[in-house]
Design a protein around this ligand. Structure first.
Ligand code: BG6
Ligand code: MG
Length: 213
């Protein structure tokens, strides 16, 4: 059985693992759903963690049996993103989740390869805002792959960019779709900060301060 110190690379999901933006995504989706008269709860939002912007809107429309033209659909995607971006404009490194900066710093000192594998098309902008982009050897985001989580594509591309095989990498995730993506790609999946995924992950930590390597 491998230990945490046996891996050569770490691949991190962004939202909910490196930074606490999931509530901002939820509030922006709730505003969007309410525009259509659709109720949208935090419990429903659990199913959207890790899910792309387009698939998230499709999910919400389905909840309310709403049918939109392509134009209306795209306007709502823009509305959600603008409202999300407005709510995160003041993010700083203080918004990194517990243990993140310490884990990244230690991994760098140990010579590990580091990547971000995120469904978000805003990933690079957020990494810059929270001033941790320089830690990563590669960032693979939602604009760079054809299939998003639960497809393993984003993590497989990150591993390839690092020059590592899936078995040499740990993937850190807070979403069911992300754990599924990691496992179907042949990675060891570490669940962080979301008790709902405890049973799905290979290992689980409440936050990265508990993760030792
Ligand atoms: C994921 C989030 O990281 O990115 C989802 O967990 C979000 O909540 C998805 O919908 C897409 O993000 P964005 O920033 O491209 O709308
Ligand atoms: Mg996430």
């Amino acid at each position: 059985m491998k230990t945490n110190s046996d891996y050569k690379g770490f691949i991190f999901d962004l939202d909910g693992v490196l930074v606490s933006t999931e509530h901002n995504h939820f509030l922006a989706w709730q505003k969007t759903a309410n525009l259509l008269g659709i109720e949208f709860s935090e419990k429903e939002n659990e199913n959207l963690k890790g899910v792309s912007r387009v698939d998230s809107l499709k999910y919400i429309l389905n909840l309310g049996n709403a049918i939109l033209s392509d134009g209306e659909f795209n306007n709502l995607l823009d509305f959600k993103n603008e409202s999300y971006l407005e709510s995160i404009q003041h993010l700083t490194q203080q918004n990194c989740l517990k243990g993140v900066v310490e884990t990244l710093t230690k991994a760098k000192v140990k010579g590990l390869k580091l990547a971000v594998g995120s469904s978000s098309k805003n990933a690079k902008r957020i990494l810059k805002l929270i001033e941790i982009e320089d830690f990563f050897d590669t960032v693979v985001d939602g604009s760079m792959v054809e299939h998003l989580k639960p497809s393993p594509e984003v993590f497989l591309k990150a591993a390839t960019n690092l020059g590592l095989s899936p078995s040499e990498c740990l993937v850190f995730e807070d979403a069911a779709s992300g754990i599924q993506a990691a496992k179907s790609g042949g990675f060891t999946a570490i669940g962080v900060g979301n008790e709902n995924i405890k049973q799905l992950a290979d290992k689980y930590y409440n936050d990265l301060t508990e993760f030792t390597f």
